[in-house]
Design a protein around this ligand. Structure first.
Ligand code: C5P
Length: 208
């Protein structure tokens, strides 16, 4: 069983993907982490994430096993990720690793922006997880403050809106709800409620 989960930043898609993977005993790939790791590598080399040559070189050299889970979660790396992700050659360089993860006969859960549209268009169940801009900003704010990152609500909201804008309007693999994808709005749901709602949708889609 392949489950494809897409949605904007801080929509709860990562939490939903992790919960769904646990529930169904499937492995999970957070594809945003790949773009974040590429963004971080470019920043670490004092490069510009919008520079195609630097970003493609970082994508080609990416070692999935060596991703620094903590450092990739900063807001600066998130912004860099959305820049490298709009470069077509970067997306091509990361395509194979994602497809081979999804090809595991045991099944998999993948979450990102283009999973149901491009990476796994034949996924068994497709979910589009979203939430209001305010709800997403509030969640990301709590996450970043937990990390000790000082940022104000309005500044963060503007950053998230900028990333949404870039993800939705880019020419290559824009963020959108795939045909046949179920919509899950988590604005007023807790983590547990979001995961339970996703599981219910998947079970219904599989059973019906
Ligand atoms: O999901 P997350 O916020 O970690 O993703 C970081 C950035 O990576 C996003 O803003 C998006 O531009 C990019 N991304 C993408 N395609 C994916 C996953 C993430 O373009 N499948």
């Amino acid at each position: 069983m392949i489950i494809a989960i897409d949605g904007p930043t801080a929509s709860g898609k990562g939490t939903v993907a992790a919960g769904v993977a646990r529930h169904f005993g499937l492995k999970r790939l957070d594809t945003g982490a790949l773009y974040r790791a590429v963004g971080l590598a470019v920043l670490d080399a004092a490069g510009d994430p919008a520079d195609e040559r630097a970003a493609v070189a970082a994508a080609e050299a990416l070692d999935l096993a060596a991703i620094d889970e903590r450092r990739i979660r900063s807001s600066a790396v998130g912004l860099a990720a959305s820049k490298v992700a709009s470069i077509s050659a970067v997306r091509s360089a990361l395509l194979k690793a994602q497809r081979s993860f999804a090809a595991d006969p045991a099944g998999a859960v993948l979450d990102g922006r283009d999973i149901a549209t491009i990476i796994c268009p034949d996924a068994d169940v497709k979910l589009f997880v979203t939430a209001s801009l305010d709800a997403r900003t509030q969640r990301r704010l709590a996450e970043l403050r937990n990390r000790g990152e000082a940022i104000e609500f309005e500044q963060l909201k503007a950053q998230i809106a900028e990333r949404d804008e870039r993800d939705i309007n880019r020419a290559e693999a824009p963020l959108r709800q795939a045909q046949g994808a179920f919509l899950l709005d988590t604005s007023n749901l807790s983590v547990e409620q979001s995961v339970a709602a996703a599981i219910a949708i998947i079970e219904q889609a599989r059973g019906g």
